[in-house]
Write a protein that binds this ligand. Structure first.
Ligand code: MSP
Length: 528
């Protein structure tokens, strides 16, 4: 993703999605994490920031080996095939990532092994014996207190394991992490999740087993090939390997890990289920390696399907590709961000989906754009463009735009979309009140009349349509991160050049030439 405009105050932002397990088919949860991150990354770029956006696939571990065996193919063939499903999902969702990383790539293996050696050199890794509860499903270890009836608190079945294992001295980081959270109260979003993490760390951290001797499908421990590196240490390192680590003198690392940590931001978007790994283990690994830490961990909620937890065993997985086929991508992107406040859980229900996109996209925004632009095309083609005066409608749009920006910087995507709706409602009230079609009619029936009257009607009509077009331009710019294709159709119809679509151009840029406006292609569909 490139810089939107050089004259902006420009910050370096590095945003990431979790890397997806390749043993699952992509579902609505994966789609949501990717879309939220994409919206934020597009927003940052439009606001003039230098953005790197990494996504990818998590391909090692016992679970994946078992899935490959079940499919009668080699693990390599299995991960190649399934990683492609996620790559295709990113294309289908119009995710504007800058890097798609796979944990089976050599650049990643090199980064993980290097980080391991750093941790070892600094005295944070030792060989010991592991005995405890392990859940293969979560690829995680659990304390006795977290187990009941043979299951971890996540519901995953656990088994007692005893084996030789390398350990990471996580216990040495309890106080350091608590100090860090205290100094960085914004580190975990939303706030409720922050408190959960702090309480967990306060109970005291135990050393973490970070190698497995009976899992062959993984990155070998340097110097002891009998062991492979624990999948979470492997997976979390993707955020570094994508920046070129261990080449700490490379520009990617410098811009997006070192500098972003100081004068920009490193933001990990994740689901709430993997918060502990990102907010406890990951900063501890980085502290141990004396590397900069991410700025914020953004934990979103979970989708349910008509009120039920989504799971393979319940057979209620929602396939995002099927939804895009049945409806359209921008409607799905819009719905996912408008329906569920970031951080809360949300329910996916097709009836609510149709109701919402029909009312908010097709009616409020779509109709406004269609009726305004058609009036312009039918009435303004021959009129010379006069300097129309901006009235209260664009003034309102400019003001709301500022709120929208603040909202998105605070990850309030739902409110930001409501801001766009507010401008749409105001513009619809304006058009109903001013009734420009009446002026257009007078203009046509009066064309034998007095020249001055005609000129005056013309200029009033032009002015109303200009103010509407200007507000629609602002709506189009604001819609871009959320519904990029629909926003482009609106801005194309208004004849706004692609270099004038960033947030630098949201205020009073009197650049709309009414006579160059085209009737838009259909923008939003209505669903029965
Ligand atoms: N591979 C790990 C992440 C490693 S990151 C260093 C992983 N992968 S995952 O494929 O299981 O999950 C990826 C993301 O999808 C997580 O953020 C998870 O929260 C999200 N979702 C999975 N199901 C979901 C819902 N039903 N609703 C919303 N998001 C959910 O975890």
């Amino acid at each position: 993703m490139t810089k939107a405009n050089r004259s902006f105050p420009c910050g370096n932002f590095y945003v990431t999605t979790p890397i997806y397990y390749v043993n699952d088919k992509p579902h609505i949860g994966h789609a949501y994490t990717s879309i939220v991150t994409d919206v934020f990354a597009r927003f940052l770029a439009l606001d003039g920031n230098n953005v790197k956006f990494t996504t990818g696939t998590d391909e090692h571990g016992q679970k994946i080996l078992c899935s490959a065996e079940k499919n009668n193919i080699s693990p390599k063939e299995f991960v190649d095939r399934n990683s492609n499903f996620f790559l295709s999902l990113m294309e289908a969702l119009n995710i504007n990532y800058s890097d798609f990383i796979r944990t089976t790539e050599s650049r990643h293996k090199r980064a993980v092994q290097y980080l391991w050696q750093e941790l070892e050199k600094k005295g944070f890794i030792y060989l010991g014996k592991y005995s405890g509860w392990y859940a293969e499903r979560d690829e995680a270890f659990y304390a006795e207190s977290e187990i009941s009836e043979g299951k971890a608190s996540t519901g995953a079945p656990v088994v007692w394991m005893e084996e030789e294992s390398y350990f990471f001295k996580l216990s040495a980081f309890t106080e350091k992490l608590l100090d860090f959270y205290k100094e960085n109260p914004e580190f975990i979003q939303p706030k409720g999740k922050f408190n959960e993490v702090v309480s967990f760390v306060k109970t005291g951290l135990k050393d973490l087993s970070v190698s497995r001797s009976n899992v062959t499908w993984g990155i070998p421990v340097p110097g002891n090939e009998k062991h492979t590196i624990y999948v979470w240490l492997d997976a979390l390192t993707n955020y570094l390997s994508s920046t070129g680590y261990p080449d700490i003198n490379g520009t990617q690392y410098k811009d997006f890990w070192q500098r972003a940590n100081k004068s920009g931001k490193i933001l990990h978007f994740i689901g709430k289920d993997i918060l502990r790994f990102h907010a406890v283990y990951w900063p501890a690994f980085l502290m141990a390696a004396e590397l900069p830490l991410p700025t914020q961990i953004m934990a979103h909620g979970w989708w349910t399907n008509n009120g039920e937890k989504i799971s393979k065993s319940l057979g209620n997985i929602i396939d995002p590709l099927a939804l895009i086929g049945q409806y359209d991508l921008d409607s799905l992107r819009y719905f996912l961000l408008k329906e569920m406040p970031f951080g809360n859980d949300g329910n996916f229900c097709e009836e609510s989906f149709k109701k919402r996109v029909n009312a908010e996209l097709a009616n409020n925004i779509g109709n406004l754009v269609q009726r305004t632009l058609i009036l312009i095309v039918n009435n303004c083609e021959n009129s010379a463009l006069k300097e129309a005066k901006l009235d209260e409608l664009p003034a309102y749009a400019y003001e709301i735009f500022q709120k929208y920006k603040e909202n998105i910087y605070q990850f309030k995507f739902q409110e930001a979309l409501e801001n766009i709706q507010e401008i749409g409602r105001k513009a619809n009230e304006y058009i109903d009140l001013k009734a420009p079609w009446k002026l257009a009619k007078t203009n046509k029936t009066n064309n034998k009349g007095n020249k001055e009257d005609l000129a005056e009607t013309n200029s009033t009509l032009n002015s109303i349509l200009f103010n509407l077009a200007e507000s629609i331009r602002v709506i189009g710019i604001m819609l871009q991160p959320f519904v990029p294709q629909a926003a482009a159709k609106i801005l194309d119809a208004l004849n706004i050049p692609s270099e004038a679509r960033s947030f630098l151009y949201t205020k009073g840029n009197n650049e709309i030439a009414l006579k160059l406006i085209k009737a838009p292609l259909p923008i939003f569909k209505k669903y029965l």
